[in-house]
Design a protein around this ligand. Structure first.
Ligand SMILES: Nc1ncnc2c1ncn2[C@@H]1O[C@H](COP(=O)(O)OP(=O)(O)OP(=O)(O)O)[C@@H](O)[C@H]1O
Ligand SMILES: [Mg+2]
Length: 246
């Protein structure tokens, strides 16, 4: 088996002595694979993503990124190699849309021409033409537009690992479908490992190679969409899946 790009190995995380959020999390994302992480609100999905790029540190177990323990990798350098779409968009408010999208390419020392070419292409991909959107600041955008700039920014430097936390959550159903189509089109051109958190199981089933259902700080089942539908591992997964298919 190829070395996972991201691996949670029996990871534990607690925020208070009596509040164990991750309780032996095991999950792998292989090169070129999209894994969707689904589960009830508060079950620890965002916490897991933050452990992957060292915004948080585990209390037990090991998080491995690019084949090495994340704990041994310098956090800033690690984050430059990981595309991260955060749940609330997370744009730099005083920067223009273009400056936001070019943030990592700039840190990586790309020339202005190369950065501009990439930011134009990424903005077009997320349906925000640079001519109209590049000079604007986040405060002047709608929530859905901000979220799309967040996606363009996370993917701008073509990272080999992408963490996406509800990347399309603020979009209306039509724009959401459009972005899902774009996502599937990018996936054919570029083989990053993607861990995608979503509340929308339909989205998970459309976009992911494997879906991981999480509850009470552990993965209850992980497998291709069809396996979850046909052979849910337990009553929780059966109910979780059936609710979204109804
Ligand atoms: N910094 C923190 N301090 C204390 N508790 C925290 C902290 N961050 C998260 N938690 C708690 O840990 C639990 C898991 O939070 P997390 O954000 O990972 O959930 P989630 O699965 O992403 O939920 P949602 O689907 O609502 O985004 C929640 O109960 C949350 O209140
Ligand atoms: Mg969350």
């Amino acid at each position: 088996m190829p070395t996972p790009v991201l691996e949670f190995d029996e990871v534990r995380k607690r925020f208070a002595p009596d509040r164990l959020v991750l309780d032996g999390l095991r999950l792998e994302v292989l090169p070129g694979e999209t894994v969707a992480l689904v589960g009830p609100s508060g079950c620890g999905k965002t916490t897991a993503l933050k452990l992957a790029n060292r915004l948080l540190e585990p209390d037990g177990g090991v998080v491995r990124v690019f084949g090495r323990p994340a704990a041994e990798q310098e956090p800033v350098a690690l984050r430059r190699r990981i595309g991260f779409v955060i749940q609330e968009g997370g744009l730099f408010p005083h920067w223009t849309v273009r400056e936001n999208v070019e943030a990592v390419p700039r840190l990586l020392g790309w020339t202005p021409e190369r950065r501009r070419e990439r930011s134009d292409a990424m903005l077009a991909t997320v349906g925000l033409p640079a001519g109209a959107f590049a000079p604007r600041r986040p405060a002047s955008l709608s929530g859905g537009e901000r979220q799309r700039v967040g996606v363009a920014r996370a993917l701008a430097a073509a990272p080999s690992l992408v963490l996406m936390d509800e990347p399309f959550g603020a979009l209306d159903p039509i724009a959401r479908r459009e972005m899902q189509k774009e996502f599937l089109a990018w996936r054919t051109r570029w083989d990053a490992a993607v861990l995608l958190v979503t509340h929308d199981l339909g989205e998970a089933f459309r976009l992911a190679d494997r879906v991981a259902v999480m509850a009470s700080g552990r993965i209850r089942q992980v497998g291709p969409p069809d396996t979850l539908r046909r052979e849910p591992a337990d009553a929780f997964v059966r109910e979780f899946v059936s609710e979204f298919l109804a």
